[in-house]
Design a protein around this ligand. Sequence first.
Ligand code: 5GP
Length: 189
Amino acid sequence: MGKKGHLFIISAPSGAGKSTIVMAILRKDPALRYSISYTTRPPRSNERDGTDYYFVSYAAFHKKIDSGELVEWAEVHGHLYGTSARLLDDSLQLGYDILFDIDVAGARKLYSKYPEATLVFIAPPSMEELKRRLAKRGADSAEVIEQRMKNAKAEMAQAERYHHVVVNDDLDNALSEIEAIIRKARLHG
Ligand code: 5GP
């Protein structure tokens, strides 16, 4: 059997610029595959089923929990999100390295099952900047933004559990930092 793929788990408060970073990394790195999660959250206008997420009903999600299909799952901002063990294994069998974009609770669970994984936390330059970015995105109501800010504070407190904390004050710098982390993990892993 060949060498098993490396797992890179990225977490960040929403608005920290994670999606942009994740997309840019994936575009440049064909050996890296994105772990597409299941979620009960409705799709945003720019999202596609099977690319950003697999969008499913609560009933379908609960069926996956009951059948043990999810290697981890968590409730974030009132919606359920989870990683399929089967999709993950398929990607690993094909020899890919896998990139996860999951919350801090999911990261902890996944890391307990895959202790060789690399944990990367993307932090916004400041909480004020985070709020500005969330408002600018225009995707969420004021109430949702408040909830996301509250959640962000709790998530920031978890950053110290990660192997790497990358501050996203400049996109290109943040990208190079993460690319260096990936290169190093591959060299040593
Ligand atoms: P959003 O709704 O903004 O796409 O994502 C909200 C949060 O859910 C983000 O912190 C994201 O990382 C997290 N998330 C996305 N997919 C999963 C998953 O499969 N498992 C867990 N635990 N969190 C996820």
